[in-house]
Design a binder for this molecule. Sequence first.
Ligand SMILES: NC(=O)c1ccc[n+]([C@@H]2O[C@H](COP(=O)([O-])OP(=O)(O)OC[C@H]3O[C@@H](n4cnc5c(N)ncnc54)[C@H](O)[C@@H]3O)[C@@H](O)[C@H]2O)c1
Ligand SMILES: O=C(O)C1=N[C@H](C(=O)O)CCC1
Length: 253
Amino acid sequence: MTKVVVCGALGRMGTIIGRLVTESPDLELVGGVDLREGSFYGVPVAEAEKIGEFLDEVRPDVLIDFTVASASVGNIKAAAARGVALVVGTTGFSPEQREEIRSAIEGNVPAVISSNFSVGVNIFWKLIREAARLLRDGYDVEVTEAHHRYKKDAPSGTAKTILEVLDEELGPRPHVYGREGMKERENEIGVHVVRGGDIVGDHSVLFAGNYETIELSHRAYDRAVFASGAVRAAAWADGQAPGIYSMDDVLGL
Ligand SMILES: NC(=O)c1ccc[n+]([C@@H]2O[C@H](COP(=O)([O-])OP(=O)(O)OC[C@H]3O[C@@H](n4cnc5c(N)ncnc54)[C@H](O)[C@@H]3O)[C@@H](O)[C@H]2O)c1
Ligand SMILES: O=C(O)C1=N[C@H](C(=O)O)CCC1
């Protein structure tokens, strides 16, 4: 059995992940970590600042982190220093934080890191790559994402991954975040962010040509799609060689 600790246990994602871990025949939930102490699904939730002692006590095989970028870096370092494998779904890291994470993980532990753990989005990124390759010339490209009113980081991690895919296929184009005022369109990629209500997570890429448009979109209706991918990644990560992996590795895509 793979022993799992969930960081961000009391949050929107942590709560669902905890339940799915308890329902998995291959995983055992041994604890959670959040800003305040408590319990979830019959196991203790430790206070964030005591994460080191808690990991030493419950000795998990895998730590799943869905918190906030500023907290996640410390959680990753605490796990990596103890040989605990990682699944990281937190988004909004700065380039400096990404570098700290990379150096904590490489050579020490396996870590699956993804801005989106849904199987559908991992296929969606591949469809976008193919469309961008075929529509490189003569099409303007616009990326739009929409999330619930509580999401703080913008654009979403998934949208940033979409931009990486587009940059790889189209070559570097400026990214323009929203538009206002008088300006001619050039070859930029427009990026648009919507925040409201309880939208779980919508992403679309529009390729607009003369007299026709092609739009690829993905819509998540339930956070369970992200949580089940993260739980699948946790079962997969236990026992892998140290290094940073993506959901492509987990799903064999
Ligand atoms: N990769 C994906 O598939 C995916 C899917 C959904 C959300 N996310 C990301 O996951 C993160 C969390 O999303 P959410 O909607 O669950 O947010 P949330 O605010 O509901 O939950 C975050 C939880 O982390 C806790 N927390 C804060 N600091 C902590 C610390 N130092 N240690 C432990 N816990 C701490 C908060 O108290 C809160 O309970 C965000 O970055 C979001 O973008 C990623
Ligand atoms: O609800 C969130 O927060 C989500 N975050 C991820 C992102 O930033 O892309 C994945 C979708 C949901």
